[in-house]
Design a protein around this ligand. Sequence first.
Ligand SMILES: C[S@@+](CC[C@H](N)C(=O)[O-])C[C@H]1O[C@@H](n2cnc3c(N)ncnc32)[C@H](O)[C@@H]1O
Length: 294
Amino acid sequence: MLRALRRRWDSYKHRFVPWVALNLRRKRRTLRYVPENSQDKIITDEDVFATLMKVFKALFVNDFSRQTHILALLPEIKCKYLELVTAELERSKVNSCHHPSKHVFSPEEVLFNTLGFSITRDRSSLVSAGTGVFVTKGFVPKGTVVSMYPGTVYRKYEPIFFQSLGNPFIFRCIDGVLIDGNDKGLSRAVYRSCSRRDQLGPFQMSDVSWLTAALQNPLAVGQYVNNCSYEKAANVCYQEFDVPGSFPVELKQYLPNIVYSHDIQSCLRCVVLVTLRDIKQGEELFSNYFTVVN
Ligand SMILES: C[S@@+](CC[C@H](N)C(=O)[O-])C[C@H]1O[C@@H](n2cnc3c(N)ncnc32)[C@H](O)[C@@H]1O
């Protein structure tokens, strides 16, 4: 029986991301070739880390009044952000002299104020491609982290069979790690359950808001980026990023990924989308689903 199950699994795994399997022959000319694993990265890990820190810190400061449970437990975190909070308060006072109370921005506004653009999900410009992701405001220069691919992270050989049935949101990393970015059904339940499992008192180790319409991390929409075509060339590409152990605990609440099983100590895998060229307001993001690493 075990052998039969194994055979079934072996034949099934080739159908991950079924759309890719169905379209591979037809879309041969939109393949992205990467000579070696090491050459897959468009920007350095340090740049990815710096961008995430910048956005997450800004989100945390904007959200400061709602972080009382964390600040009460670790007052040193308050000292760490006091300067940023004071600067933000001063800015609000200057901008609204009649209402000197601190203005709380939406996460999209925080992203715009921090990186100079905002992104959102909307109906794709491609017929019958469903939802896509657009730059709604501002300008994104080439080589910028523009989005993140949220979801549950499965290492090789971790069970994903049932979650993968008819699921077009399973992203395969170069080393075989899979990220399930589906915000519905079993995938959604698994993510929520893993997230609750890893919560340490008031410290959330991941963001669950990407499963809802009210995103806490506005970058976490990368799973909705559509594949490029002959008419619409890829303007972003996926880049893997392992979150270092030193990542500030108070900012982990904005990470839209969680490991399926945490019995083995390893870094959390994230995938970010990096721009391949300058992108203007109103443009849709397109990636290349077919990356071939030689
Ligand atoms: C990861 S999802 C992307 C989000 C999807 N557009 C949605 O609304 O859920 C992948 C699916 O999007 C659709 N898709 C992506 N790129 C496409 C394209 N260039 N043309 C048609 N459909 C596309 C396919 O149905 C594919 O299985």
